[in-house]
Design a protein around this ligand. Structure first.
Ligand code: WQD
Length: 340
């Protein structure tokens, strides 16, 4: 059985669907701070299975221990998504991020040790590279000073897992996500719009839906072809499948050491304006935007060299930008209909 922390969240829920459809048994641990319980209904509709669910604050050691006591020896793997991930919020409230993201991680690892759960897949981020000197970035590209407390928690988490895994006999893989976008083709799960979106694609879809007046493009004076920042946007379903492939690598005993790291991106970089134009091509909807000032903390460009993941995980992103953007629009429309 696989314990999925943060399993009602955006990437977590898409990964739970893939796990269930691949025949895994899943138990979700989530505090519902950035998701809601109705996601379980959608997962059940999509897979015919309603995973066991525990609402728990994983930064609370006693509460986490109590849940793992109830899970008992059924679990052999953990996929750890549970974390706060809003860059801006982390700058405003660093202690919230260090407590939540790091205490949760250590509590989960300690419970895994107690219950002899050995296999661990961690949700890391390309943010650990900061502004790389050269793109595409490989896993050997040096990590840089994080641009935010959020990014720092990902870097520190990787170090905690790296140090603990050989000593505690964990088999751990960190997946460094690039920019997750898109939604399940069914339109039943996606990124829940909570407040004003920080990220580009939800802001684009909400502008297209008339919920936001205008998209502000944060700067077009960067040293790139069209002056806007470049990112590696990966479809969340491709990302979810990478987690299954990582788990299979561990289960098949193919790891070269107790701790491995993989870039999970498409290998292609797209600018902000590529995304805006791509959305219009994919949906026929013109997005109202204006050029505004640069956003503090933004890096100019980053995209992945994915050859290590392609080979070691036997995984490659298959869905392109257009499919991701049209699935995002489909989700936006379905979500609004369901929650009108
Ligand atoms: C992408 C580009 C913006 C909004 C962050 C985290 C990363 C991950 C994803 C959590 C940038 C521009 C955005 C808008 C804009 N975090 N933009 N107008 O900053 O690359 O990555 O979110 O999962 O770890 O670092 O993603 O989508 O916020 O921005 O012009 O209204 O879009 O300036 O160039 P980012 P993003």
């Amino acid at each position: 059985m696989v314990v999925v922390t943060g399993g009602t969240g955006y990437i977590g829920s898409h990964t739970v669907v893939e796990l269930l459809q691949a025949g895994y048994q899943v138990t979700i641990l989530d505090d519902l701070s950035n998701s809601n319980i109705e996601v379980l209904d959608a997962i059940e509709e999509l897979t015919g299975v309603r995973p066991e669910f525990f609402e728990v604050d994983l930064s609370d050691a006693a509460a986490t221990a109590s849940v793992f006591e109830q899970i008992g020896s059924e679990a052999d793997s953990t996929i750890h998504f549970a974390a706060k991930k809003a860059v801006g919020e982390s700058v405003q409230d660093p202690l919230l991020y260090y407590r939540n993201n790091l205490f949760s991680l250590v509590n989960v690892l300690e419970e895994m040790k107690k219950h002899d759960i050995r296999n661990f897949v961690f949700s890391s981020s390309c943010t650990v590279y900061g502004q790389p000197d050269v793109c595409p970035v490989t896993e050997a590209t040096p990590r840089k000073e994080a641009e935010s407390p959020y990014g720092n928690t990902k870097s520190m988490a990787e170090d905690i897992i790296r140090d603990a895994s050989p000593v505690e006999h964990f088999n751990s893989i960190s997946l460094r996500y690039f920019n997750p976008i898109g939604a399940h083709a069914s339109g039943k799960i996606g990124e829940l719009p909570v407040g004003i979106p920080n990220n580009l694609v939800p802001y684009v879809t909400q502008t297209a839906a008339g919920i936001r007046e205008t998209l502000t493009v944060h700067g077009n004076d960067y040293p790139t072809a069209d002056g806007t920042c470049i990112r590696d946007y990966i479809h969340v379903v491709d990302l979810a499948k990478a987690h299954l492939q990582a788990l299979k690598r561990i289960e098949d005993g193919r790891m070269d050491s107790a701790y491995e790291v993989f870039n999970v991106g498409t290998g292609n970089g797209y600018s902000v304006l590529d995304v805006v134009n791509g959305f219009e091509e994919a949906t026929g909807i013109k997005v109202n935007y204006r050029i505004g000032p640069r956003r503090a903390g933004d890096i100019t460009q980053v995209w992945a060299d994915t050859s290590l993941a392609n080979e070691a995980l036997n995984w490659k992103a298959e869905l392109g930008l257009k499919e991701a953007l049209s699935s995002s629009w489909n989700w936006e429309q379905n979500y609004r209909k369901q929650n009108a």
